[in-house]
Design a protein around this ligand. Structure first.
Ligand code: ZN
Length: 217
């Protein structure tokens, strides 16, 4: 089974993906992880991707698709695969269809996680992380004991430049421009499609998510 998770940044789809992947013993594919692994392992693809990242440019689709193809080659066909935050564009979705076809797979289900913009802005805007130990906090939902200080190591917490309100709003706009055509792409292709409201508790969201996956299996 191949499952694609769509949703804006900060909607919590990564958390849901990790949980489902554990439960189904599925392979969880996030392109960020693939890129980091390729760089760390110093593969040819990793070195080529690094050049774009060093120049502050987006890694081109064909390189990302090559990474996905290589990764899938090592996954037995019976093992479910979850794509988290990929594809982002219709061009990537078309490329992914080809890569899947080459390995005898196809997309079985697309799940779109949705939340109002205010919720996303609050979630992302409240995020603080520790540059020393990597601990992540949220000033609204999981604040540190002492304001602005890491519970684990006492270092001053930082906000990622990506997580300031103006940037979040822009990220949401980009997401919407790219994702609306993607939704039509999969609906037109007749792929099973589920929308899940993600502005609820993690367990509640997961319950609905799992149900829709079980129906599609
Ligand atoms: Zn820390």
């Amino acid at each position: 089974m191949v499952l694609i998770l769509l949703g804006p940044p900060g909607v919590g789809k990564g958390t849901q993906a990790v949980r489902l992947a554990e439960e189904l013993r599925a392979v969880h594919v996030s392109t960020g992880d693939l890129l980091r692994a390729a760089r760390r392992d110093g593969t040819e693809l990793g070195r080529r991707a690094q050049k774009y990242m060093d120049a502050g440019e987006l890694v081109p689709d064909h390189l990302i698709l090559d990474l996905v193809r290589d990764h899938l080659a090592g996954v037995p066909n019976g093992v479910p695969v979850l794509f988290d935050g990929f594809p982002r564009t219709t061009a990537q979705a078309e490329g992914l269809d080809q890569v899947l076809e080459q390995s005898g797979r196809r997309v079985d289900l697309v799940v779109l996680f949705e939340a109002p913009d205010e919720t996303i802005v609050k979630r992302l805007g409240g995020r603080r992380s520790c540059p020393q130990c990597g601990a992540v906090y949220n000033v609204h939902f999981s604040p540190p004991t002492v304001e602005g200080r890491c519970d684990r190591c006492g270092s001053p917490l930082q906000q990622r430049p990506d997580d300031v309100p103006a940037t979040i709003t822009r990220r949401l706009e980009v997401y919407r421009e790219q994702t609306s055509p993607l939704v039509s792409f999969y609906e037109d292709a007749g792929v099973a499609f589920e929308r899940i409201r993600a502005d609820r508790g993690v367990d509640e969201v997961y319950g609905d998510f799992k149900k829709s996956v079980e129906v599609a299996r």
